[in-house]
Design a protein around this ligand. Structure first.
Ligand code: CU
Length: 368
């Protein structure tokens, strides 16, 4: 772990006078694929321009599952606190944070928005120059250290626990950069808002911002997990007339129908490839490594377009609060309940991972 220094637990570097080190439970992964262990971790107070959040709800996204297994290009830094889809309340803020205070309701975002760099000022991207999603990052931007530490039972020594995707939400308290936390309407139900922290925003945004689905259009969705169904939800809300769900697991079709998908295709039952025709393809999510996309340039020549997006092209801090307000006013009617298929206490996080791994759950909401 080049360039990573030991985390101190005495809070010396903090600027927040009343803020102290908190000892709390966190689900720590010590090595890829090993069970989560609820450890007593020490969480430092937030440093300058950082926020410490009390996490109340966390859900499990497929990216957490991939990182846990160590099966893709996400950095393998262990021990680590995974999790990036959550909702909670601000516990304390570090020096210089002005847009949030103790008690504010918030959702963390893995793809931060500083609001001040050239990219944040540009309308063409939601990738902040400093706080954008970075799979290879496992420490805080400010000082290259972690804010978590734990006692290693093998030798009794205290050691740093690494961060994940700017957020690390499988913990009762976490520290994030101000750019990676969004203040939302305090009236909004935090359990459902948790889903907007990653997966559902990613799918909705892909339909609304990236593909800009219009009334009457046809949309095909490959993979009917939570993100795929959120794309369906986004397409439905835009008035798409045909929403085709493609999945090799036919168990997904019943839920898909409930969520507004009109037609289903199981590629295993097709004699021809399911991907014929022209159109606009949006690639979402993290993919297994080192699989490549086999693509002949002529396939683009005759009218196919392919693009990727992160977090549904939403600028999290500027746009999520509006979406939440519109949901509260009933101006957009997102079926968030439909995505929460399971709820479990935090202590049962291993079971929650199993439910996702086996394709049984869409979103399992953990209560912290
Ligand atoms: Cu995610």
């Amino acid at each position: 772990m080049e360039g990573i220094s030991e985390a101190t637990s005495n809070g010396q570097q903090t600027s927040s006078a009343q803020s102290k080190v908190i000892t709390c439970k966190a689900a720590v992964v010590w090595a890829p694929g090993e069970s989560f262990i609820l450890e007593d971790v020490e969480v430092e107070p937030p440093h300058k321009m950082e926020v410490r959040i009390k996490i109340l709800f966390a859900s499990i996204c497929h990216t957490d599952l991939s990182a846990w297994k160590g099966e893709n290009e996400l950095q393998r830094a262990f021990p680590r606190i995974l999790g990036h889809e959550a909702a909670g309340v601000v516990e304390s803020v570090g020096e210089g944070v002005e847009d949030m205070k103790e008690g504010d309701h918030v959702v963390p975002i893995f793809n931060g928005e500083c609001g001040d760099c050239a990219y944040c000022h540009s309308e063409k991207t939601n990738l902040c120059n400093k706080f954008r999603v970075n799979p290879f990052k496992s420490v805080m931007v400010g000082d290259g250290r972690t804010r978590f530490s734990v006692v290693d039972r093998r030798n009794g020594e205290r050691r740093p626990v690494y961060h994940f995707l700017n957020t690390s939400t499988f913990a009762e308290y976490t520290v994030v950069d101000f750019a990676c936390v969004v203040k939302i309407n305090p009236e909004a139900p935090l359990d459902k808002m948790c889903l907007l922290s990653c997966g559902i925003s990613t799918g909705l945004g892909a339909a609304w911002n990236t593909a800009d689905v219009t009334k009457g259009s046809s949309v095909a969705i490959f993979g009917l997990g939570a993100v795929g169904l959120a794309v369906a939800e986004g397409a439905r809300l835009r008035g798409a007339s045909q929403i085709i769900g493609v999945d090799i697991n036919p168990d997904k079709f019943a839920k898909g129908r409930e969520m507004g998908i009109t037609d289903f295709v199981n590629p295993k039952e097709c004699s021809k490839p399911a991907n014929e025709g022209w159109g606009f393809t949006v690639v979402l999510g993290i993919h297994l490594s080192p699989r490549l996309l086999p693509l002949h340039p002529m396939e683009l020549f005759d009218g196919r377009r392919i693009i990727g997006c992160v977090f549904g092209d939403f600028k999290g801090k500027s746009e999520l609060p509006n979406i939440v307000d519109k949901c509260m006013k009933g101006e957009i009617n997102i079926n968030l309940d439909g995505f929460i298929t399971h709820e479990l206490p935090f202590a049962e996080i291993n079971k929650a991972f199993q439910l996702l791994d086996e394709g049984i759950s869409l979103r399992c909401l953990l209560h912290l």
